[in-house]
Ligand binder design. Sequence first.
Ligand code: GAR
Length: 213
Amino acid sequence: TEAIMNKKVRIAVLVSGGGTNLQALIDAQADGKLSSGEIKLVIASNNEAYALKRAENNGIKTAVAVKKNCPQDEFEKKILDILDKNNIDMIILAGFMCILSADFISKWSRRIINVHPSLIPSFCGKGCYGLHVHEKALDYGVKVTGATVHFVNEIPDGGEIIFQKAVNVEDGDTPEILQKRVMEQAEWKIMPQAINDIANGKIKVVDNKVIYQ
Ligand code: GAR
């Protein structure tokens, strides 16, 4: 029926920190730019994540699965249970600073997407997250960096690339200044766009590459 056809994709956003990418998604939703998706749940890996506050301020349900001192299998079981109870269709990693196991990912194949603050395959992989990414870009001396939205597979920052956007590095940049520019010019734009396109069925994967239809 039409009611079923119009069912929105139920999105869970996984976070660990400030949640500015979550905020970009909340704002996109408020502006009608997530037309076929709806943020139903925010799950944080710690109780202190300011992202939780952002969710609460916007009437979005929250949950916490504390990573610290928790065995990986227990941590993941907790997340899987919460996703299941909330009938979630799609997972967004938005500043989620925990690596998920191959077992977890296989259960959610091509239904998890991540945003990473560099042009993958530069400055990515295990241990390369958050501000470290920008420190490495500045240490290397690249003149262009950016952000990547990709499907998540068992390789950290692996998975098919959905969107990338380049951002210039400027003289005098600090990791903090560069991080802010990459967020404003790239992450906060390509993340909501990717989610909307996926929810609208515009993206498919052929031979391990994303194509638009
Ligand atoms: C963002 O820059 C995000 O791309 C990055 O951490 C920051 C989180 O900020 N994620 C990674 O490095 C994951 N590998 P936020 O909590 O304000 O969205």
